[in-house]
Design a protein around this ligand. Structure first.
Ligand code: C2E
Ligand code: CA
Ligand code: CA
Ligand code: CA
Length: 275
């Protein structure tokens, strides 16, 4: 990725062009970072658009690199998936997110991103059950966002895993809906509770009529299927109003808040409890 996220730094200098060397170096660093516990979730509030109140949070991993500072997931998730480090990183994020959510005064839901690589490599339902028990978080307060970064090679297995997760009482969300691998066929038989409209459609709402038509259609589709719909990447009042006009009441984006560390999130949603 060429663009570093807000408040984050580029991991490598422009001169470092050998892709294989770069990947290998990153893999080794990821292993060390896992051992040193350098990963933590930041949180972005999910907003009830008509009232502006915080109705949920999404955990987004950050790497607190000892020398380079805060590293954005776009810089390392792909390599972490191919190297397998995503399994440990994902577990760290899930556990911390459940712990943080259980410490909130308001019983809102916490959404955690789950990689298909995790789902294929470890017994995710057993891991989730264990973490819920240890953090004492009520299952209905946890939502897993399935990011289709890896093609579902074993659809029957994915279906089974998702139904086992839903049997635990947690929610399952289909992330980045409308893009790449998150296609319509996944809405059949997987039992998703929610779809998230990808930022690419939301950010183009004020530029092209096609995006508006697509957003309207996704929202209508979600309704027909009885799914909750969340719009991500809302940056302007105009976009928020368009999303509401289309009948969607939930959104997240820089208009409301960037992802922030847990103490800042707590202050944001429990203002009276902070001096
Ligand atoms: P995502 O799940 O689609 O998350 C939304 C991304 O959009 C986040 O980027 C968020 O910071 C960013 N975003 C939110 N609102 C706005 C906005 O208004 N404008 C713009 N331009 N961006 C906005 P982030 O945190 O860099 O994460 C990137 C991706 O990395 C995520 O996309 C997700 O696919 C993946 N990811 C993040 N955390 C985890 C994790 O713990 N596990 C796994 N497997 N993947 C993760
Ligand atoms: Ca997500
Ligand atoms: Ca998303
Ligand atoms: Ca997205």
């Amino acid at each position: 990725s060429k663009s570093a996220g807000k408040g984050t730094v580029m991991l490598y200098e422009p001169g470092m062009e050998d892709e294989i060397v770069r990947r290998r170096a990153l893999e080794i660093e990821l292993g060390q970072a896992v051992a040193n516990k350098e990963f933590e979730p930041f949180y972005q509030p999910i907003i009830d658009l008509p009232t502006g109140s915080v109705v949920g949070i999404e955990a987004l991993v950050r790497w607190r690199h000892p020398r380079r500072g805060l590293v954005s997931p776009s810089e390392f998730i792909a390599v972490a998936e191919s190297s397998g480090h995503i399994v440990e990183i994902g577990q760290i994020v899930l556990e911390k997110a459940c712990l943080d959510a259980s410490a909130l005064a308001k019983p809102i839901q916490v959404s955690v991103n789950l990689s298909m690589v995790q789902l294929m490599r470890v017994d995710v339902p057993a891991m989730v059950a264990d973490i819920l028990a240890r953090t004492a978080l009520a299952p209905e307060r946890l939502k897993l966002e399935i990011t289709e970064s890896v093609m579902m090679c074993d659809e029957a297995r994915s279906r089974d895993l998702i139904s086992r997760l839903r049997e635990l009482g947690i929610w399952i969300s289909l992330d980045d809906f409308g893009t790449g691998y998150s296609s319509l066929s996944y809405l059949r038989g997987f039992g998703f509770d929610e779809i998230k409209i990808d930022r690419s459609f939301v950010s183009a709402l004020d530029q092209d009529p096609e995006s508006l038509a697509i957003v309207q259609t996704i929202i209508a589709l979600g309704r027909r299927l009885g799914l909750r719909v969340v719009a991500e990447g809302i940056e302007t009042e105009f976009q928020a109003n368009m999303i509401m006009a289309c009948g969607c009441t939930r959104g997240q984006g820089y208009l409301f808040s960037e992802p922030v560390p847990f103490p800042a999130l707590k202050a944001l949603i429990e203002p009276s409890m902070v001096e």
